[in-house]
Design a protein around this ligand. Structure first.
Ligand code: THG
Length: 369
């Protein structure tokens, strides 16, 4: 396989931690919200084993914030998501599909309620800020919308709790899942949430004081030695096994939340007003025609290039592979696929022709583990 480097420019933004992760041995980047997002530090299988056992520090500054502040901020945030936020509380995070007027997905961020009139939308890879500004303008909302300087450091893995206790004290362990609060590091207050894009547990530090954040980054490695701390990044294997979905990979603006299994975040029976509500009601009534589901393939490796069609025994296309990796846990390739009706039933057999090789496989439930 050929190796390429990535041409850096102002358009492809670095993060406050880029020079650090390059010293630490980042080997691959992806681009996310026009920013560098580390994708590997050597073998992703070794990184996966380490993430499940110890603790990692991730530069996830590419998870950008869209800040919505002002008198109409709650109205605008609610207009953008099909999740009912009418009972939302300050100091809590909410996983919220953002949808357009067709009922299709625009993003799947974590929404943080900072105050009754101040919200952060912690976005996946699409330009939510322009969508928000367009709506605010069209609806004449009294809001201010900016991308603030916030660069997240994630601390993930089973030993993240002990490492974070060593830095911030016992009190950090009292934080509930998807709760956030402010914690002191050398005189600087950092917003920390118990969250992160892995199912191994951990925290996300929303760094606003860049200098303090860089010190914190270094300090985590200094005091983390006893927990075998390593640099890491969102891990493809771990996130697929855990069923954590990725906007742009597993679903995009051609898919709706009912097709993607987001039913628990779609509040069609409430009084709330959001974009695409009537469209989604009709889609629900008519029934969805495709569905995101797990697949297992009898293969030892896979490359996500070329045709990703999934076929039945007669060669008819019955779905499309959206993400996949070799899973050491299952000893085969696992993936996330959009299957056409009625082929999404568990144990449905299928064939995938990838780079000239034909692999057999079957549909299975998400999450895998
Ligand atoms: N953290 C923060 N911002 C983010 C992500 C993150 N922005 C981009 C991307 N990740 C957004 N997508 C997701 C997808 C899943 C989850 C969080 C963000 C997630 N899901 C849990 C689950 O599915 O089990 C919990 C959902 C819930 O309980 O509501 O954590 O990771 N800051």
């Amino acid at each position: 396989m050929k190796n390429f480097s990535i041409a850096k420019s102002r358009r492809l933004r670095s993060t406050p931690y880029t020079s650090r992760i390059e010293t630490q041995g980042v080997t691959a980047y992806t681009v996310y919200n026009h920013m560098l997002l580390p994708a590997a530090f050597g073998s992703i299988e070794e990184s996966y084993e380490h993430l499940k056992k110890d603790v990692q520090v991730w530069d996830v500054a590419a998870e950008r914030q869209v800040e919505i502040q002002g008198k109409d901020s709650a109205k605008l945030v609610q207009l953008m998501t099909c999740r009912d936020l009418s009972k939302s509380k300050i100091g809590r995070c909410y996983y919220c599909p953002i949808i357009d007027d067709e009922g299709n997905l625009v993003n799947d961020p974590v929404v943080l309620k900072l105050a009754e009139d101040k919200w952060w939308i912690s976005i996946a890879d699409s330009d939510v800020i322009f969508f928000a500004k367009g709506l605010a303008s069209g609806y004449n909302f009294d809001v201010k919308i900016v991308e603030p300087i916030v660069d997240i450091i994630a601390v993930q893995g089973p030993k993240s709790f002990d490492l974070m206790e060593k830095v911030f004290g016992k009190i950090i362990k009292e934080l509930k899942f998807f709760g956030f609060s402010y914690f002191d590091f050398e005189g600087s207050q950092h917003l920390i949430a118990r969250s992160g894009w892995s199912k191994q547990g951990g925290y996300e530090v929303y760094v606003q004081d860049t200098q303090s954040g860089q010190k914190l980054y270094d300090y985590l490695f200094e005091v983390g030695k006893e927990f075998n701390v390593k640099p890491g990044c969102p891990n493809l294997i771990e996130r697929i096994e855990s069923g954590l979905l990725s906007y742009g990979n597993d679903f995009d603006n051609n898919d709706n939340p009912l097709e993607c299994g987001f039913d628990q975040y779609v509040s069609l029976d409430s009084e709330i007003n959001f974009l695409g509500k009537e469209k989604l009601k009709k889609i629900k009534l008519d029934g969805i025609k495709k569905k995101l589901i797990g697949v297992k393939l009898d293969a030892k490796e896979i490359s996500m290039s070329g045709s990703l069609d999934l076929k039945d025994d007669n060669g008819k296309i019955i779905g499309e592979l959206r993400s996949a990796c070799y899973s050491p846990h299952f000893g085969k390739v696992i993936g996330i696929a959009m299957m056409k009706k009625p082929h999404w039933k568990v144990s449905q057999s299928l064939k995938a022709e990838i780079n000239g090789n034909i692999f057999t496989g079957n549909v299975c439930d998400l999450p895998f583990i």
